[in-house]
Design a protein around this ligand. Structure first.
Ligand code: FMN
Ligand code: SF4
Length: 262
């Protein structure tokens, strides 16, 4: 009986110590004295991708970042030459890893970390119109939508930067061949020198790493990057409006806003 009483008392004291410790940590976070653990979700958007990278890189100076990458995100990051640079933000060890959807499993068990309160915030930037549509309809069938769902269920703050807001947007293109300029030379220096062997009569964007080596090698300047203007669909603008109305999510209109909220 005495032992039971002592273990009950011990448990009460341990709970009280835990609570005090947690309050102290909250105060330290508020005072900017200790780092937060931030989860970054990247989806497959070329638009605002570089800006998202720059914003998160700045955030990584102060906080620990785990990067969650959708399947499309992995491909698009590679095309824009950013895949190999992710390790400048997420260094590799626990809570600073890069988690790829292609390796994360269909049930995305790593998203369970949100329920364990491992993260102080989740930032999805850039968020494709596909991912935004899924979030507003409560779908959780990908790494990033699972992360949002579990973050919401655990009360973790979620910030989303949608790419398709309204009107028209100008997006950067991956490298491609300008057919009007290409002379179909027998000897093609870009094709011969591409380190990824990504060039045939077209550029295989699933192989291209966006290194830019080919640009200067073409004697006819036929390899281009550049921008494209596209119209935001009504359905996507409507989904962003719905996203803004969700209590559990804060919509940011540009990745530069990330630094103002965290
Ligand atoms: C080069 C490239 C750029 C893309 N950029 C965008 C974009 O800016 N916005 C968008 O909504 N989808 C974009 N997509 C299409 C998405 O990658 C595609 O819808 C994908 O299914 C999204 O999956 P996720 O939301 O799970 O990442 C792009 C695709 C490619 C190949
Ligand atoms: S050389 Fe051109 S096609 Fe080849 S990987 Fe680099 S950017 Fe892509």
């Amino acid at each position: 009986m005495l032992i039971l009483w002592y273990s009950f008392k011990l448990k009460l004291e341990m709970d009280a110590i835990k609570k005090v410790k947690s309050h102290i940590e909250d105060l330290q976070i508020l005072a900017g004295e200790i780092n937060m653990n931030i989860a970054w979700g990247i989806t497959g958007a070329g638009h605002l991708l570089q800006e998202s990278y720059d914003g998160m890189r700045a955030l990584a100076q102060k906080h620990q970042i785990t990067t969650f990458v959708s399947g499309a995100g992995e491909e698009v990051l590679r095309m824009y030459g950013l895949l190999d640079k992710l390790n400048e933000i997420s260094g590799g060890e626990y809570l600073r890893e890069i988690i790829f959807e292609s390796e994360a499993g269909a049930s995305a068990p790593k998203a369970g970390r949100f329920l364990l309160k491992k993260y102080d915030a989740l930032i999805v930037s850039p968020a494709t119109s596909n991912t935004v549509a899924k979030i507003v309809h409560g779908i959780a069938d990908s790494l990033i939508t699972n992360a949002v769902t579990q973050a919401n269920k655990s009360g973790t703050p979620v910030y989303v930067v949608p790419v398709d807001l309204s009107g028209e947007v100008t997006s950067p293109l991956p490298y491609h061949i300008d057919r009007e300029l290409c002379k179909k030379c027998d000897e093609c220096p870009p094709k011969d020198k591409c380190p990824e062997h990504a060039i045939s009569d077209q550029i295989d964007l699933l192989k291209c790493t966006g290194c830019g080596v080919c640009i200067d090698l073409c004697p006819h300047d036929a390899i281009k990057g550049g921008n494209v203007m596209l119209k935001v669909r009504d359905i996507d603008a409507h989904n962003v409006k719905t996203l803004r109305s969700m209590n559990s999510i804060t919509v940011l209109d540009h990745p530069s806003k990330i630094l103002t909220v965290l």
